[in-house]
Design a protein around this ligand. Sequence first.
Ligand code: AMP
Length: 545
Amino acid sequence: MLTGRMMDFPLTLTHFLDRARTFFGDAEIVSRQPDKSLHRSTYADFSRRTRQLAEALTRLGVKPGERVASLCWNHTRHLELYFAVPSMGAVLHTLNLRLHPGDLAYIARHAEDRVIVVDRSLLPLLEKFIGEVPGVRHVIVVPDDGPVPEGRLDYERLLAAEPGAFVFPPLDERSAAMLCYTSGTTGNPKGVLFSHRSIVLHTLAECMADTFGIGEADAVLPVVPMFHAAAWGMPFAALFTGAKIVLPGPHLDPASLLDLMAGERVTLAAGVPTLWLGILALLDQAPTRWDLTSVRGMLIGGSAAPQAMIEGFELRHGLRVTHAWGMTELQPVGSIARPRPRHQGLGPSERFALRATQGYALPFVELRHVSDTGEVLPRDGTTMGELEARGPWVASSYFGDEGADRFTADGWFKTGDVVTLDAEGFVRITDRSKDVIKSGGEWISSVALENALMAHPAVLEAAVFAGRDAKWDERPLAAVVFKPGQVATPEELAAHLSGHFAKWWLPDDYLFLAQIPRTSTGKFLKTKLREEHGDHLLKKARGER
Ligand code: AMP
């Protein structure tokens, strides 16, 4: 091999900090506090405080590779942790504040967290599990909603005691930077350990014009929590480009978010479909209340964005949704549903349908789908199989020994998503493999049925899941939540679906619920639906309804 004569310059987050300080000192960071007031600072403040934080953590004895955990909302100090901890050579482990204390204890022990930084407002949660995590040496409290209780380490006091002269050490780009756990709807959550290099490459791909096109002129609002899949890398992309960063704190209700989007002239906001469904419903009620002319895009992912929602935003409010697919194991973005120039000729409904798919892979992400026996399937848009991925920001194994069966011998990660792939490489998720409905040996796509149900004018949300059936083994059941003041009969819903699906795909029954159970990251919790209503058809057949 003739080796190229170019520098082996490390791809590390330290460079992001250097850029932020050198070029973007006056860029703004706006962070909403628990009392709803806005805290304003600049990248210059951020640079200084990040160095002070690294100094303080070093003084507390944090060593390279050790885990510093955060239990925080999206706010400025969390952003400081995002950069200070990895850049000093340690690993930031983001704890999901929506998890049960028992799960948090398991995860914090598994991760071997040595320090936990916690919002004062979340101290009651921490206290429920910290006793079960003996390895934690220090708890640092962020005074988000008031002064830090006596006897606790105070984040602000720790920083104030440091001059801010910390020099970040040179790092190997392959060193670990961040540890995020999967939501673990089945089995224990598993740790995904990002490296500096993987974060840098993911950031570059996210910022590309044909991905999210993030740049200095943007004002970015990651509504997606910083404790879930690194807020889809938005904090990294923003800091890398010098964009204004707007952080919502604990206020995630639609009106608060719309106030923030309008007030801070947000250009790009990112979150899960549930959140946007709430926002769309509010905008439909009060279409002129907020000036959203600054918004150029809303990034939606984490679960399938219903086509009716994408259409509703664009046709009724002139707001453009970009749908993306990903998972913690991909840090998380893997594909984006952006129509390409070659789709110019498509009619409006075909374009919307394309934008409701999971899209095609980002550069350097490779996708394929395989049968139960591991055979690579044709890209014909109809054959369903499990999606597999590989690339520089795809996990190569989990942190710890779990989940080895998710990695194939030939170097692919098994996503657990059941999909079709078409000739252009567009992915359409039909199910999570654990949620598939197998009726008489054939697969039925719950996601396609849900999307169609959510296009019915009376339906706010719908989740389709497998009900046990004496004859067919499993049959689809639909759990439906109506919009306030609206209803529809099972017959009307069936009639609405019948134009789009084969008869044997239609749900055997409709359950009208007040809400659909969700995971800690906002996905439909179908295991719970199955637990509670899985025998519905058997009971109905026995006349036990
Ligand atoms: P998590 O690791 O918690 O982000 O969960 C990843 C899973 O969320 C994926 O494997 C998918 O099942 C689901 N998911 C993420 N984005 C989408 C999307 N755009 N459409 C459908 N499902 C999605």
